[in-house]
Design a protein around this ligand. Structure first.
Ligand SMILES: Nc1ncnc2c1ncn2[C@@H]1O[C@H](COP(=O)(O)OP(=O)(O)OP(=O)(O)O)[C@@H](O)[C@H]1O
Length: 502
């Protein structure tokens, strides 16, 4: 039989003829080999007795089982949604691992590759009364998906049984199958990884809150501050280094544990009013998806009250103390410091006249009765370190101040606050961020003049924001801003001239 099309032009050239010949030879060879195989099988059937043929089959199976790779043993872990009778008190308890696995798998499911899927949208009540929506994609009964963790493949299957009679509840479970040799990995690494990944996803989706202290308890309200690192007008390099620092901090749990330090990171934000310190705190909270705990020290009366507040702060939260220069009697502390320096000692005396080291005040309780002048920042930090080092959970602490030079030197010492961030007047890059935020503007004919003005005159990002908001018309808003900066310039010049003439 000739399979080549009759109209083939290939055969008409010499090269084409060679190809056709080779093709025909290959067909002939294949036909010969299969004919021999058929012949051999037929002869074996004819010539070999049944017993001998069975022996040959057995020998072949033996060789296969001995020398081919053995079938791997598979294990399956069943994760039920409800722990009937297993929960505390023998009742029916929801299984947290089931929820975590469901949340985690929602990020692994590829909707393109599954013909049936479940989609749920639920309203979640937040503590404090507010609510947020959440959407969850999951596998239908019988659906399977594969996940790879540390190079090992895991098969997940969704199983639902019972509940067909309309009376009893369906039993939902997830089955996790894997090669038996990876059992240890599953129990000690994969399951903890799923729990923590699900926790991170939950934190990412939750509505953020800001908690304010009333005496010794926290009251939370929803935190909808729109500030993000994208909308924050600040020096781009500084912005990047804050973000990098936060990222690095989050990854270093093991490192902090190893060196025996509380897993906390301290940031001191300083700069004139209206330069975005509070906005940066909000941007950090939005970036990390951490709740904010805004501590007003004026309503903290004693050491135990402070301890209670700190202990009630869950992990993954930011403790903020604003305007710390106003929260402490820094001048008297400063005076004490100078006295101690003059005396060549770093000790002080307590009410009983006993000497103590200032770095040890936290352990003794730095609130001596209700005399607030005894409160020191150093002592506060010691209390925080002492409490937080025992939890091993990640916490961020932020202090803000308009006057860094008024702060207790103990706080400025290396190792106390890990990062000092200066929030300054509005520079050119900061202005461009604000122009983008408020008017989606990347360029404008007035930009060069504004750049020159900003280089010469000090205005805060808050003032620039305010001017840009004056009109929806970009040209008008930019002109208003220019007038404002020019007016500031003449005022500053007048003051300067007054100073010279006086
Ligand atoms: N760097 C900035 N980036 C973006 N917006 C800013 C910035 N600085 C100020 N703003 C705008 O000005 C408003 C006030 O700024 P914010 O409260 O963050 O400043 P602050 O430095 O904390 O001031 P204060 O020291 O008075 O508390 C913000 O809500 C925001 O609209």
């Amino acid at each position: 039989m000739d399979f080549l099309p009759k109209t083939s032009t290939m055969a008409s050239s010499p090269e084409g003829a060679a190809v056709v010949d080779a093709y025909k030879k290959a067909l002939a060879t294949a036909a010969t080999v299969s004919a021999y195989a058929m012949l051999a099988r037929g002869m074996a059937r004819e010539l070999l007795p049944d017993e001998l043929r069975a022996a040959v089959r057995w020998a072949a199976a033996f060789v296969r089982s001995r020398y081919s790779a053995p079938e791997k043993q598979r294990h399956t872990i069943v994760i039920r949604r409800v722990l009937g009778g297993l929960g505390l008190g023998g009742g029916y308890n929801e299984n947290d691992l089931f929820d975590a696995a469901l949340t985690y798998l929602a990020t692994k499911i590829n909707p393109q590759s599954m013909s049936r899927l479940c989609l749920a949208r639920t309203r979640m009540k937040e503590p404090g009364g507010s609510a947020s929506w959440s959407t969850l994609l999951s596998m239908e009964n019988g659906g399977s998906t594969t996940d790879t963790f540390q190079g090992v493949e895991f098969r997940w299957t969704s199983i639902e049984s019972g509940g067909d009679d309309g009376k009893s509840r369906a039993h939902e479970s997830l089955e996790l199958s894997f090669d038996a040799e990876h059992t240890e990995t599953v129990l000690h690494k994969y399951v903890p990884f799923i729990m923590s990944a699900a926790e991170d996803l939950r934190l990412r989706d939750r509505a953020l809150k800001i908690f304010l202290n009333e005496s010794s308890s926290w009251r939370g309200i929803n935190h909808h501050h729109p500030a993000t690192f994208d909308t924050l007008a600040m020096d781009p390099a500084m912005k990047q280094s804050v973000m990098d620092d936060l990222d690095r901090f989050l990854k270093r749990k093991e490192y902090y544990r190893r060196i025996g330090k509380a897993w906390k990171r301290g940031y001191l934000l300083y700069g004139p009013p209206g330069t975005g310190k509070s906005s940066l705190v909000a941007a950090m909270a939005n970036y990390l998806r951490f709740n904010l705990y805004d501590l007003d020290l004026s309503s903290v009366y004693d050491n135990s009250c402070l301890q209670r507040l700190l202990m009630d702060m869950p992990n993954k939260s930011i403790l903020v103390i604003e305007d710390i220069d106003c929260s402490f009697d820094t001048m008297s502390r400063e005076k004490d410091g100078k006295l101690r320096q003059a005396a060549g000692t770093d000790t002080d005396t307590d009410e009983d006249g006993d000497e103590y080291d200032h770095d040890d005040v936290g352990a003794r309780g730095y609130f001596q009765g209700r005399e607030r002048h005894k409160m020191t920042l150093s002592g506060l930090l010691n209390v925080i370190d002492g409490l937080w080092s025992t939890t091993g959970e990640e916490r961020v602490i932020v202090f803000t101040t308009n006057y860094k030079d008024r702060l207790d030197r103990a706080l400025l010492r290396p190792g106390r606050m890990d990062m000092h961030v200066y929030m300054g007047h509005c520079g050119w890059e900061a202005f461009r961020t604000l122009a983008r935020n408020y008017h989606l503007l990347d360029d404008h004919a007035l930009f060069p003049e504004i750049q020159e003005l900003l280089a010469a005159v000090e205005v805060t990002p808050a003032e620039v924001s305010e001017m840009l908001l004056r009109s929806e018309d970009v040209d008008v808003a930019l002109r208003v801003l220019m007038e404002f900066i020019k007016a500031r310039r003449s005022k500053t010049n007048d003051k300067h001239n007054d100073g010279i003439t006086n």
